[in-house]
Design a protein around this ligand. Structure first.
Ligand code: TXA
Ligand code: MG
Length: 360
């Protein structure tokens, strides 16, 4: 493992070829490269090289039973790694690739067990990011990449998050600034009938269903509501996206404003208001307004934008989860978002980040 890395700034839309060549060379030699995608930063290695893939698990402290997503740059690469591409998968790939959608497919033998944790399937996506696509192309191999954070922590959405998190334990960091969506891809298992949502993300389930012309199974697990002992996406059994600061999620239907405000105020009272408050602009100011009338204010306010625009919340979410730790607060109280569109992903991440949930 190399300790000490090259940090190369790249333009996210027109990345400099020389920098990408340095990174691709590292991949080809079995090294690790952190790179931006449209969702979050990935920690990549040659998906066909088991020794390189093992290093990803070491650097992240990731449990070996949690498989990785394989990133491809073109359709020919899909044929190299997937054994069977069912009609449903083709429909979705044609509609959403390149983009923030991961498909679970039957794997070919070339994909080592280290990548799939021994499963007969492989998770694949074609990212919509010039840096990622060119890196894969120049490396001329599919790239296995989890999010570039230590296991269990919020995913990195900027190059400096990666540097702070991984402390240069990789060969190259391609710093392409801030990622676009700020949340990990939607994962659909198309080996099952009906297809199953394994992780909500930027591509809304509603849009997946429209493209498929059939319903997708949305389990409690994928909403972040339960922890199966053997979940369909093995990563879902672990606590995730979590800051060190205790996070209390008010897990109440956000349109039930009275219950939201009452529950939040009760939690803040328990903490003597020595807490941060996170949520949509509208709900935050209702809670703050209530507090002010009693002469109380939360220590810090983290505004995730208007509740009816959950993509803004998605983009800010991991920044805020990181800020909460930087500000060394005793706790944070988080208000709910509607579970529509990318809002389903926002609530899934919040439930997994929460140390406690209150439901009214
Ligand atoms: O947006 C993203 O998907 C980012 C960027 C870097 O592409 N990657 C990402 O990877 O979020 P990671 O490792 O943090 O999450 C991968 C998830 C895990 O929950 C894992 O269990 C699941 O995908 N997964 C991977 N292979 C699978 C498989 N064969 N069957 C079911 N779940 C799988
Ligand atoms: Mg991750």
């Amino acid at each position: 493992m190399s300790w000490g890395c090259r940090i190369l700034k790249v333009d996210p839309e027109r990345p400099d070829e020389a920098s990408l060549r340095v990174a691709a060379e590292a991949i080809r030699r079995g090294g690790l490269v952190a790179f931006p995608t449209e969702t979050v930063y990935g920690l990549g290695a040659d998906a066909l090289n088991p020794r390189a893939v093992k290093k990803i698990f070491e650097v992240k402290g990731r449990p070996p039973d949690n498989p990785l997503i394989v990133h491809i740059s073109d359709w020919e690469m899909l044929g190299r790694i997937a054994d069977e591409v069912p009609k449903a998968a083709l429909k979705l790939a044609r509609k959403f690739w390149p983009g923030p959608l991961t498909l679970v497919l039957k794997r070919k033998k070339v994909i080592p067990d280290e990548v799939t944790a021994g499963l007969p399937t492989v998770a694949v996506r074609m990212p919509a990011h010039e840096v990622a696509l060119k890196l894969i192309r120049l490396s001329d191999t599919p790239i296995a990449a989890p999010s570039a954070n230590p296991s269990g922590r919020p995913s990195p959405t900027t190059g400096s998050h990666v540097l702070r998190d991984l402390d240069c334990k990789v060969d190259v960091i391609l710093d392409g600034g801030e990622t676009y969506f700020g949340l990990e891809s939607t994962i659909i298992d198309v080996t099952r009938n009906p297809p199953v949502l394994l992780r909500p993300g930027p591509i809304a389930v509603e849009d997946v269903e429209k493209a498929l012309g059939e319903r997708v199974m949305v389990t409690d697990e994928s909403r972040g509501l339960s922890h199966a002992e053997r979940p369909l996406a093995p990563g879902m059994k672990y606590r995730h996206y979590a800051p060190d600061t205790p996070v209390v999620l008010v897990d109440v239907n956000p349109s039930d404003i009275v219950t939201v405000v009452e529950s939040a105020v009760r939690e803040l009272n328990k903490l003597d208001w020595k807490a941060g408050l996170v949520g949509s602009t509208n709900l935050i100011w209702l809670v703050v307004g209530y507090g002010l009338r009693k002469g109380r204010m939360p220590l810090k306010i983290y505004d995730l934008g208007r509740g009816e625009k959950p993509h803004v919340a998605a983009r800010r979410l991991y920044h805020v989860l990181r800020k909460i730790d930087e500000h060394s607060l005793p706790a944070a109280v988080v208000l709910p978002f509607p579970e529509e569109g990318i809002g389903l992903a926002v609530m899934n991440r919040l439930r997994k980040a929460a140390s406690r949930r209150v439901s009214g």
